[in-house]
Design a protein around this ligand. Structure first.
Ligand SMILES: Nc1nc2c(ncn2[C@@H]2O[C@H](COP(=O)(O)OP(=O)(O)OP(=O)(O)O)[C@@H](O)[C@H]2O)c(=O)[nH]1
Ligand SMILES: [Mg+2]
Length: 189
């Protein structure tokens, strides 16, 4: 089964750090097919990134995963639509810094708009919320963030992506959510 997982979140929230770390973890387990493709703007900000994993077995399913990040910067908005095409599941990387509260929220709203244009509803999508940068001195309380950034009441993972904390857990939960959703849907139709 082929699945597409997209990491979204505000600029500098840690999406690339997650995906690069995940690539390393999976590469060591020989689960990566090919190289990681990275495209950056002149200021080292993500334009687009993707990599493939071949035959990863999760919960008894043989999966081929395509993993991508969206660019966080607002001026790269048109690219986000391209990246979101055919997406099966999402990871919402939330910057725990109090200073980023508003921008986290705006990105959630904007992602909902992108999906709506594709005829999809963010609120009905398989999502995992990652509260990244738990190491910051101004990190918000998880309970406060849950109210603001987890309207799905879905799984969440506290993380320090830069140290690799929470990266694999987030990924595994995201894949499980996609599978549960796909199977629940096919059982009901
Ligand atoms: N303190 C701290 N810094 C982090 C953490 N995760 C990532 N960072 C740092 O945050 C900065 C931005 O990380 P990126 O992974 O490039 O962020 P991004 O979401 O891909 O940003 P864009 O590509 O611009 O949208 C980098 O300097 C990272 O080292 C974390 O858990 N704690
Ligand atoms: Mg990036």
């Amino acid at each position: 089964m082929k699945l597409k997982l997209v990491y979204f979140g505000s600029s500098l929230a840690g999406k690339s750090t997650n995906v690069k770390t995940l690539y390393k973890i999976l590469k060591e387990k020989n689960l990566v097919k090919g190289d990681m493709v990275v495209m950056e703007t002149e200021e080292q900000r993500t334009l687009f990134m993707e990599f493939f994993i071949s035959s990863i077995n999760i919960e008894g399913f043989e999966l081929e995963l395509k993993i991508l990040t969206t660019p966080g910067q607002f001026r790269l908005h048109p690219l986000r639509k391209v990246i979101m095409k055919g997406v099966d599941g999402l990871v919402f990387v939330v910057d725990s810094s109090k200073e980023r509260e508003k921008i986290n929220f705006l990105v959630m709203r904007e992602t909902a708009a992108v999906l709506k244009e594709m005829g999809e509803d963010l609120m009905r999508f398989p999502v995992v919320v990652q509260y990244n940068k738990r190491d910051l001195p101004d990190a918000m309380d998880i309970e406060d963030m849950q109210v603001r950034f987890n309207p799905w009441a879905t799984d969440y993972v506290p993380a320090v992506a830069v140290e690799g904390v929470g990266v694999l857990e987030t990924f595994e939960k995201a894949i499980k959510n996609i599978l549960v959703r796909k199977y629940a849907r096919s059982a009901l139709i």
